[in-house]
Design a protein around this ligand. Sequence first.
Ligand SMILES: Nc1ncnc2c1ncn2[C@@H]1O[C@H](COP(=O)(O)OP(=O)(O)OP(=O)(O)O)[C@@H](O)[C@H]1O
Ligand SMILES: [Mg+2]
Length: 314
Amino acid sequence: MSFMEITNLCVHYPIRGGFFNTVVDNVYAVDGVSMSFEKGKTYGLVGESGCGKSTTGKAIIGLEKVTAGSITYEGKDVTNERRKRGSSYNRDVQMIFQDSHSSMNPRKRVIDIIAEPIRNFTTMTPDEENRRVNELLAIVGMPEDAKYKYPHQFSGGQRQRLGIARAVACKPKLIIADEPVSALDLSVQAQVLNFMQDIQDEYGLSYLFISHDLGVVKHMCDDIAIMYRGRFVERGTSKDIYTNPQHIYTHRLLSAIPNIEPATRKERREERLRVEQLYREQQHKFYDKDGKVYPIRPLTETHYVAMLPTGEGE
Ligand SMILES: Nc1ncnc2c1ncn2[C@@H]1O[C@H](COP(=O)(O)OP(=O)(O)OP(=O)(O)O)[C@@H](O)[C@H]1O
Ligand SMILES: [Mg+2]
């Protein structure tokens, strides 16, 4: 049973121009995506830069205005109530931002940043609050004296961990993690991913894990959605996506996963060239004449693909 449903979510930004500064067109940053979240599961949202991943995340937590579509949380339509002060949606759905530097107020000390959701949503005494902040810092592997410092006194990786501490402060149900490890070096990446998983087991959290790299999410996600120009081109279980990819764009992302084994490097390069050729030859089956992605259709109970039914568009 899902606790949250996103239906046909759209975020369009108007482009203004001309003498009267009227709306001449729109940026279709998110253009009709649907998904649902179940407790304790991890969802991947993958696609190239600019395809609309962060906008989707921000629209879900309520930092972007939704142009169309709806968000239902625990059976209630919350589309227009997401940012209401003190609402349970606000407490239960948190985000770890792609850019940890600009998502933290530079003039606030770490203790105030991490305790912000605690002050907003609970009634702890200063003592209890202090204990909770210490606990959170311990969870993300930071020393207690970090509390009295300012965000700029930390490295990118440390700030990302503080972002995680803030996100989990009030035991949320869903965390939208926007490229949480992309800015970190490989050894720290594994560390951060590990404690994200530990916290998940402890709290029964769900994640929407945003990444541009199918390699990173491979071992984490139960379900994955592949996004291209504001739309989903394919959606399915990890198994559907990695062992039975259907959309030509998914093939392309899969062939682009970096490879560290020299033994198979040549084969991988040939595979990439083959996929590129296929991409050129079969575009008409996967994109309409304006280059837009077709509506997504079910292939099996779990697997959805945006392509013409077989036989059409040949
Ligand atoms: N405030 C805005 N006004 C106009 N266009 C915007 C705005 N914010 C984002 N966009 C556009 O919406 C599209 C999607 O942006 P978004 O930040 O969601 O991409 P992304 O998938 O997160 O990319 P990246 O992997 O680089 O973070 C982009 O084409 C971007 O230029
Ligand atoms: Mg982004």
